[in-house]
Write a protein that binds this ligand. Structure first.
Ligand code: GAP
Length: 484
């Protein structure tokens, strides 16, 4: 068992896997290039009919596990456009910056850290330039004479800091006073609602607030599919606690365990493709006591999937300073008044989705299928009439489809032959294919026809085996297999 899974893990990290996933994602309606009919828009994507279901299932799973099924968590849905002071207080106006260079010959812009790291990687070396100043990055580019990857020239502007927050204006006059930002993270919405949550609910420390929603960053970088995009769905938790009564190290380890369990059990990802990486002093924010990234082995290397940071009481203190509003907590038993500390697990749903698709991609001889956890699959079952030109088969299959559709997300296919339909559903990751045949109608040949009346074949995506299941038991059958 152990050996087999290692072999699969090794096979998966093969060259070309990313290209295969990008192509499958477009072919089967998961992810389309952004604004494609206008020539595309870098680092933006559209989620197609299968993609939106998969993304929503991952979101729902996150919400179920981390918010709804925990008595120490509540949820929040704050605005995308917040008061501009929020982002001054949080440090994003000054600090959410990338160091960029522009090629004077072809005007391609690139992140200086990516330029340097890719240059060394191509030479077979691995370096990290995290935390280096603009001058230090400049010095490396100049001393190594790193050429522009787009045009091959060596003619760079000096490294300049570039803010990732998207600016826009409220109202019709684009004056400085009307300037606002699209949120660069969902986390700040939680801090600014902290007092209202305390006042409107019965939460007591330790407790967490979870939020799911879009964040926006002006990323000028090679996006690697949906790994890094201009807008993305963030799922963040701020877990508040009293540092005098809760051991932060213990709490931190507990969150690490919960994140790992979610990735491996709820999302079903191969544990061997995951690892923890602790931020060094240069990389970690000055207010954080510990930050670690849960990394996944993407085809372009181990990269951050999910961050875990102990942010102390920094954010609440900053918002108290900038707003003048008291955001402290009063312990209802002891009367002690203090500013809680916070541990923050922060992840991007789109990045989780990229990981889930890559990890589920399986080649078995000629067969390609997405071995998705049935709970995550865009469609739980696909329903086919054996032949599309036999009205009695189509009518029966339709009735089954319409009935199951009330409980599950299901697909319909009556094109081509059954083999082609299996092929398409395998690539989408549909765990069960249900076929209505002549036996179902009780008009087939031999004794089987009578015995199989009002049953259908149910074909399992992973094993390819087929069972006959009574139509009246189909709902129960699927429920048992999917939500067991
Ligand atoms: N509140 C902390 C915070 O936002 P972050 O490391 O910048 O921390 C958290 O982002 C997570 O959000 C990342 O681990 C990643 O999964 C996701 N993320 C960040 N930027 C992203 C982008 N441009 N595209 C897709 N996902 C992104």
């Amino acid at each position: 068992m152990e050996k087999a899974s290692k072999k699969i893990a090794a096979e998966k990290i093969e060259i070309g896997l990313m290209e295969k996933i990008v192509s499958l994602a477009k072919r089967r309606g998961f992810v389309f290039p952004g604004s494609e009919i206008y020539g595309g828009l870098a680092n933006s994507y559209e989620y197609g009919p299968a993609g939106v279901e998969l993304k929503k299932n991952i979101q729902d799973e996150w919400w179920r596990v981390f918010v709804r099924e925990r008595s120490d968590m509540v949820g929040l849905d704050s605005s995308i456009i917040l008061h501009p002071k929020v982002w001054e207080a949080s440090g994003h106006v000054a600090g959410l910056v990338d160091a960029m260079v522009e090629c004077k010959a072809c005007h391609a812009r690139t992140r200086a850290d990516h330029l340097i790291e890719n240059y060394y990687e191509a030479k077979g070396d691995k370096i990290s330039v995290e935390g280096k100043t603009e001058a230090e990055l400049d010095a490396i580019i100049q001393s190594e004479k790193i050429k522009c990857p787009a045009c091959g020239k060596f003619d760079w502007t000096p490294v300049r800091k570039f803010n990732l927050l998207f600016e826009t204006h409220v109202g019709i006059v684009p004056e400085a006073q009307s300037k606002v930002y699209l949120r660069g993270e969902t986390a700040q919405g939680i801090f600014i609602s902290f007092k209202n949550i305390l006042d409107s609910t019965r939460v007591r420390l330790p407790f967490g607030v979870g939020q799911l929603g879009k964040s926006f960053r002006n990323e000028i970088t090679k996006g690697n599919f949906i790994f890094r995009t201009l807008e993305f769905e963030q799922a963040e938790i701020e877990y508040f606690f009293d540092p005098e009564t809760t051991d932060w190290k213990e709490l931190y380890e507990k969150w690490k365990g919960d994140m790992w369990k979610f990735a491996t059990e709820n999302l079903g990802v191969n544990a061997e493709a995951l690892r923890w990486r602790e931020h060094g002093d240069e990389e970690r924010s000055f207010y954080s006591k510990r930050t670690e990234d849960l990394e996944y082995k993407f085809p372009f290397g181990f990269k951050e999937l999910w961050g875990l940071a102990y942010r102390t009481d920094y954010d609440l203190n900053q918002h108290m300073k900038f707003s003048g509003v008291d955001l402290s907590y009063t312990d209802p038993t002891s009367g002690k008044k203090f500013v809680p500390h916070v541990i923050e697990p922060a992840v991007g749903i789109n990045r989780l989705m990229a990981m889930v698709m890559l990890d589920a991609y399986t080649e078995d001889g000629e067969r390609v299928y997405l071995k998705l956890k049935p709970r995550l699959a865009p469609y739980k079952a696909a329903i086919f009439p054996l032949l599309s030109n036999k009205p009695a088969l189509v009518e029966k299959a339709r009735a089954i489809h319409d009935d199951l559709q009330k409980r599950f997300s299901v697909a319909w296919d009556d094109r081509g032959n059954i083999g082609k339909r299996y092929y398409a559903q395998d690539e989408i990751g549909t765990p069960f294919c249900i076929t209505v045949d002549f036996d179902t109608l009780g008009v087939g040949e031999g004794d089987a026809a009578t015995a199989n009346k009002d049953t259908v074949t149910v074909r399992d995506r992973d094993t390819g085996t087929q069972d006959r299941v009574a139509i009246e038991k189909l709902g129960e059958f699927l429920h048992g297999k999917i939500y067991r």
